[in-house]
Write a protein that binds this ligand. Structure first.
Ligand SMILES: NC(=O)C1=CN([C@@H]2O[C@H](COP(=O)(O)OP(=O)(O)OC[C@H]3O[C@@H](n4cnc5c(N)ncnc54)[C@H](OP(=O)(O)O)[C@@H]3O)[C@@H](O)[C@H]2O)C=CC1
Ligand SMILES: O=CC(=O)O
Length: 326
């Protein structure tokens, strides 16, 4: 008998077809995303579960006595309560690598948009307020030749660093918990303390996972260490930044501008002061969202799910849960 899995998120028809060849399944068919209550009601028989970011914790696992594996269509897995999964031997998988280049493109787009004030200028032109005065009220700042500091030089950080180095001739600084000698060599990048990175960078880009250690990694003290002319980019997770401190820093010209794909609360509240600031470029957490890459992510997530519920080793088990396979 085929194992039974529940698909809480839609996947492309080809991917669904692949799942159907290896598993029996049901899928969420509502027009709106599945609610927590509806999800809990679906889990009684499920041996596998396909999600994007839904919280996997004790309460959910108590509703899923037959569950063996959860496949996240996302590389970040801060939605996994790793302890709860470990104690029940639940395999957790994610979708690394297939999205690196797409997210890196978006990181660079945010850097350029904030530096050259693209959304602000786009709005002016569309409102019929074309201006191109010589005294520079609409001028931006250069990206080429400047210093980029990457906090979280991992798979995506490195792809952004490559674009910055070879596309924009930028000087690359980075900070991780561990040095990466290969990356240093490939990008001529310099490993520095977080404080040095903040003090010396013209662009500071956050690309860390959200963990207990990275919660509010950027706060008032960190923003005050940045250059007044610096641009802050967050393409990681909103919770890595103390948003009140960021708002304060942007309102008081402690830093020049920000580009944000992620927020502490998502969807961001319409009355969040960040949305009122002309020196902030905002996006709706869309880093990996191209048709091609989302297809690759869904495909990898389906392969992970099928392997796990059939007793095979999935290619992308999250590191903290690899021990469950032994
Ligand atoms: N906006 C979007 O749409 C997207 C957001 N993301 C986010 O980006 C994150 C990174 O993805 P990816 O590059 O694949 O992950 P990686 O694991 O490859 O890279 C993360 C890097 O962060 C470093 N890091 C971890 N903890 C710390 C810390 N406490 N201080 C400093 N550095 C740290 C790690 O190095 P070391 O272990 O040496 O510290 C590692 O190099 C994801 O977890 C996800 O949250 C990903 C895709 C799309
Ligand atoms: O935020 C997206 C991810 O894949 O992580």
């Amino acid at each position: 008998m085929k194992p039974y899995v529940y698909l809480a998120r839609p996947v492309p028809p080809e991917v669904e077809d692949y799942i159907s060849q290896h598993c029996s399944y049901k899928k969420w068919e509502g027009a709106e995303p599945i609610t927590r209550k509806e999800l809990l009601e679906q889990l009684g028989e499920a041996q596998g579960l396909l999600i994007t970011g839904e919280k996997i914790d004790d309460e959910l696992l108590d509703h899923a006595p037959n569950l063996k594996a959860v496949s996240n269509i996302s590389v970040g897995y801060n939605n996994f309560d790793l302890e709860a999964m470990q104690k029940r031997n639940i395999i957790g998988t994610n979708t690394p690598d297939v999205l690196n280049e797409t997210v890196a493109d978006l990181g660079v787009a945010l850097m350029l948009s904030a530096a050259r004030r693209i959304p602000e200028l786009d709005k002016l032109v569309k409102e019929g307020k074309w201006e191109n005065k010589d005294d520079g009220p609409l001028f931006g700042v250069d990206m080429h030749g400047k210093t980029l500091g990457i906090i979280g030089m991992g798979r995506i950080g490195e792809a952004i660093g490559r674009r910055a180095k070879f596309g924009f001739n930028m000087n690359i600084l980075y900070h991780n918990r561990n040095r990466k000698m290969d990356t240093e060599k490939a990008l001529d990048a310099t490993f520095v303390t977080q404080e040095e990175l903040l003090q010396e960078s013209d662009f500071v880009l956050l690309m860390v996972p959200f963990t207990q250690e990275t919660k509010h990694l950027m706060g008032r003290e960190q923003f005050s260490q940045m250059k007044k002319s610096a641009i802050f980019i967050n393409t990681s997770r909103g919770q890595t930044v103390d948003e009140d401190s960021l708002i304060e820093a942007l309102q008081n010209n402690v830093i020049f501008a920000a580009g944000l794909d992620v927020f502490e609360q998502e969807p961001v509240s319409p009355d969040n002061p960040l949305l009122q600031l002309s020196n902030v470029v905002t996006l709706p957490h869309i880093g990996s969202a191209t048709h091609q890459t989302r297809f690759e992510m869904a495909k990898l997530a389906a392969e992970n799910l099928v392997a796990a519920v059939n007793g095979e080793e999935p290619s992308a088990v999250v590191p903290e849960l690899k021990g469950i396979l032994k």
